[in-house]
Design a binder for this molecule. Sequence first.
Ligand SMILES: [Zn+2]
Length: 178
Amino acid sequence: MQEFVTNAFVLGRRVRGELDLTVDLYTAYMGRIEGRVISGQKISSRFSPHLNVPNLVTLRMVEKNTLTVTDALTVSEFSWIKNDVPMLRSILRIFFLLRVATPPHAPDEVLWRCLVESMHTHTVDIKEILKILGHNILSASCAVCKSISVHYFEYGDGIFFCETCGSKQTSDKVVLIT
Ligand SMILES: [Zn+2]
C-alpha cells in the first residue's frame, strides 16, 4: 500500500455503489486518474464537499488495487468563475474534454502548468487546451465542408466542424469550442 499527496483539479464526480463516489482528477505527476471516495455520498463525509468541479484540491491518496482518497482540502474553488457564466461553461467543456479525451496515467507538464496558470489568471482558453492536446485550431478546417471557421470539436476522431456542419452532427462526442 502506497500513500502519496498530490494537487489535482476535480474534473467530475460520479456515484459508485450505495455510498461511495468516484472522482475524476487531473494531477501534475500522474495526469488523469480516478479516485475512490469511500462513503463519499454520506452527508457526513468530511472531504466530499471539497471534491467539486472545478476545484483545485490537495489530496492524500492510497494505492492498493484502486486509488482511494483519504483526505482532501480545497486550494481554490475559483469563485470568480461563478460570476462569469460564459467562462464557467467554457471551463466545464474543457474539464469534460480532459475527462473523456486524455489517456489515464499520462502526465503532461505543459497542460498542467497551463491549467494552473490560466485558472488563476482568468484566461482559460479551450483552443489553447486543444492545441496542447495536439489539435491545433489554427490549422484546422471543417471535416465536411473544409471551412476554416471551426466551432465544434469531435473528440472521438479528433476532427473539427464549422458552425453549420457541427450543429447537424448527432454524435454525443461533439463539443462546442467557441
Ligand atoms: Zn462545415
